[in-house]
Design a protein around this ligand. Structure first.
Ligand code: GLU
Length: 305
């Protein structure tokens, strides 16, 4: 299949959609990213990476980082311990919902809502001597790019304005579902959200999940087959906020989105595809990115269904 021609056509056709979304202005540093940006990268197992547009420009991965911290938390404490503190069900509510967390008695509905990711951050703090270094080292290794860093302008900006996440973290603490201090958990959480990566890096990283847990960079098995299956299933059911039904219906792939406008998607056993375009739809998923992925699966005739 000639993926390069397909993504070049998508790049041309997507232009009118770029101005239709709105950037995540609730994090002031993200408000400055131009709406016109669009990048896309595709990589099949054992093939070279293909890309188009701004695929080599660094962007804020935001919630895409939750897939990485989920892998790390699973490696550190195992599935049984993790599931005592976080659930597995799509929430159907916005990713930063307070009502949902109270309704669930402080057990976040899944690891990808903000409350769930705060619990993951807490686990990393408790079970590693350097949680910051652990995350950074992991994303550099899984992507094959040792230049990746967390952007302090973004983390400081989010830390100063993240009142809702502070409320979630305090509520988790009141339910005894955080072991560390609230401030320490929030600091690590904004650090991971502020990781700057390119479409090509994210695409390479998620190829590991497409490859049933075997790193496409080092060849090392970093997740068991069963762990990869479970994480991939969670991405299908919970990876794209409360727009997950719309995303599955239109795109037909497991994926993880972030309010920076990135979406990492993949076909297990076959390929990884990442898009970035900062304008978001009402659910917080990249508007043009979702459209591009819908065209990609339609034009290639490939999805998981
Ligand atoms: N840092 C963002 C927040 O907590 C991440 C949200 C996202 O990308 O879903 O609001």
């Amino acid at each position: 299949m000639d993926y390069q021609t397909i993504i070049e056509k998508i790049y041309r056709d997507i232009q009118p959609f770029l101005s239709q979304g709105s950037v995540a202005d609730y994090i002031p540093a993200l408000d400055r990213v131009p709406l016109q940006k669009f990048g896309m990268a595709v990589q099949e197992l054992d093939h070279r990476l293909l890309s188009v547009g701004d695929a080599e420009e660094y962007f804020s991965i935001q919630s895409i980082s939750k897939a990485f911290t989920l892998i790390l938390a699973l490696q550190l404490i195992g599935e049984r311990n993790l599931l005592k503190r976080v659930g597995l069900e799509p929430s159907g509510n916005p990713f930063n919902s307070l009502v949902q967390l109270e309704h669930d008695n402080g057990i976040p509905s899944n690891p990808f809502v903000n409350a769930g990711a705060l619990v993951l951050a807490d686990i990393l703090l408790s079970h590693s001597t350097d949680a910051y270094g652990l995350i950074l080292d992991f994303v550099r290794k899984i992507s094959g790019n040792d230049q990746i860093r967390s952007d302090p302008a973004v983390s400081v900006s989010e830390r100063e304005t993240g009142f809702r996440n502070a409320a979630l973290a305090n509520f988790l603490k009141s339910c005894a579902n955080l072991d560390n201090e609230v401030d320490a958990v929030l600091d690590l959480y904004v650090f991971q959200c502020a990781l700057s990566m390119r479409c090509v890096d994210v695409c390479q990283s998620f190829l590991t999940l497409a490859n049933h847990g075997q790193s496409s960079v080092s060849g090392r098995q970093i997740l068991s087959l069963s762990q990869a299956k479970r994480i991939n299933a969670l991405m299908l059911t919970c990876g794209t906020y409360d727009g997950v039904g719309d995303f599955a219906y239109r795109v037909g792939l497991p994926g993880k989105s972030g309010v920076g406008g990135g979406i990492a998607a993949f076909i297990p056993g076959r390929l990884s595809v990442t898009v970035w375009s900062p304008g978001l739809n009402k659910n917080g998923n990249s508007l043009a990115g979702t459209q591009a992925l819908e065209w990609f699966t339609t034009q290639t005739g490939m999805s998981i269904f």
